[in-house]
Design a protein around this ligand. Structure first.
Ligand code: ZN
Ligand code: ZN
Ligand code: ZN
Length: 150
């Protein structure tokens, strides 16, 4: 049963399967995430959307190193928050291992999967959505301050 197997190939490297940091000290149970942040949430610091991660320890949503690197910064501030999940390509990353990871404790994908893809069952369409959310909004907002709505 691997409903996500079609996503293989979107991530360039094979995930590490024995990350020693996948413990309840670093990863909050998925039940705690229900009703929490959504895949459409922006980075808490710079409000960019799309290329963002959620910290699996404290549920903070922060942008990737391709944008302003706020998730990396979050880890630098507190090394007890090493593991995050990408709302862009649905991969898990460990900042201590510096590698993509997969682990049985990391079962958060299903929760966010429903939010992101809903009833879509066509793998081609899903891959399309993932590609669209990667590396987007990497724009300089400084030049573009007028006409913004909430
Ligand atoms: Zn940010
Ligand atoms: Zn955190
Ligand atoms: Zn690790």
């Amino acid at each position: 049963m691997n409903q996500f197997s079609f996503m293989e190939g979107l991530v360039a490297v094979t995930p590490k399967l024995d990350c020693p940091h996948c413990t309840s000290d670093h990863v909050t149970d998925v039940q705690e995430f229900i009703g929490g942040p959504k895949v459409t949430d922006p980075c808490k610091k710079c409000e960019v959307t799309g290329e963002v991660w959620i910290c699996l320890k404290c549920q903070e949503v922060l942008c990737s190193r391709y944008v302003n690197g706020h998730m990396a910064e979050h880890f630098q501030e507190d090394n007890n928050h090493p593991i995050c999940f990408s709302f862009a390509d649905f991969s898990y990353w460990c900042n201590l291992c510096q590698e993509y990871i997969e682990h049985s404790i990391l079962n958060h994908k299903s929760l966010f999967y429903d939010q992101k893809f809903g009833d879509i069952t066509d793998p081609t369409q899903i891959v399309q959505i993932i590609k669209q959310s990667k590396h987007q909004n990497v724009i300089n907002e400084d030049d573009n301050e007028e006409g913004e709505d909430e």
